[in-house]
Design a protein around this ligand. Structure first.
Ligand code: PRP
Length: 183
């Protein structure tokens, strides 16, 4: 069903539906923050956001984690045939923060094929963290190749092209405060 959403941010482009609205996201992010706070009773916690897609989720999430933490980022580039990820990931920005001996929580906006995470987790494991876990806002549950558990998940994602709350289509729509399915 096609709905017309009156939102000037969309500049006339229609979205099929709002998959997760602002209130639903905020409530789930608060729950995730509480889960994460409880999961790390001690030790140094470094929250690593994978850019660009995680930038809004990360900023909301860390404000819901009520224990000391540090924040840093990873920027990765994948290369493939344009449609399907090749699984080759190169770091464009490597966190400056020391990872060894810390609890590392890698924050991702969406797990699709899982190839990005496979490569990044392997890179991060080599830095000898005390623990290494994934927090993904959305999980499509199709990542048959994913070799790592996703300990914290916001929502199971519909198999649609999702934009907003950090997720883009050709760099547009990242600033939507909700997550929508594109036409
Ligand atoms: C997207 C998304 C995830 C990754 C998921 O990133 O943000 O990082 O793809 O796909 P996968 O599970 O199939 O590897 P993208 O490369 O589009 O970069 P972006 O975060 O800058 O949007």
């Amino acid at each position: 069903m096609t709905a017309t959403i009156a939102d000037p941010r969309l500049s006339g482009r229609s979205v099929k539906r709002i998959a997760f609205d602002e209130k639903t996201i905020a409530e789930r992010v608060a729950e995730l923050g509480a889960e994460i706070t409880a999961a790390y009773p001690g030790g140094e916690l470094l929250v690593l956001g994978l850019l660009k897609g995680s930038f809004i989720f990360l900023s909301d999430l860390v404000r819901q984690i009520t224990r000391p933490l540090q924040v840093d980022f990873l920027v990765a580039a994948s290369y493939g045939d344009g449609m399907v990820s090749s699984g080759t990931v190169r770091l464009l920005y490597d966190p400056e923060t020391e990872l060894e001996g810390k609890h590392i929580l890698l924050v991702e906006d969406i797990v699709d094929s899982g190839r990005t995470l496979n490569r990044l987790m392997s890179l991060l494991e080599d830095r000898r963290p005390r623990s290494l876990e994934i927090c993904a806002l959305l999980h499509k549950r199709i990542a048959e190749e994913l070799q790592y558990g996703t300990r914290f998940v916001g929502f199971d994602a519909p198999h649609e092209f999702l934009v907003g709350y950090g997720l883009d289509h050709a760099e547009d729509f990242r600033h939507l405060p909700y997550i929508a399915s594109l036409q």
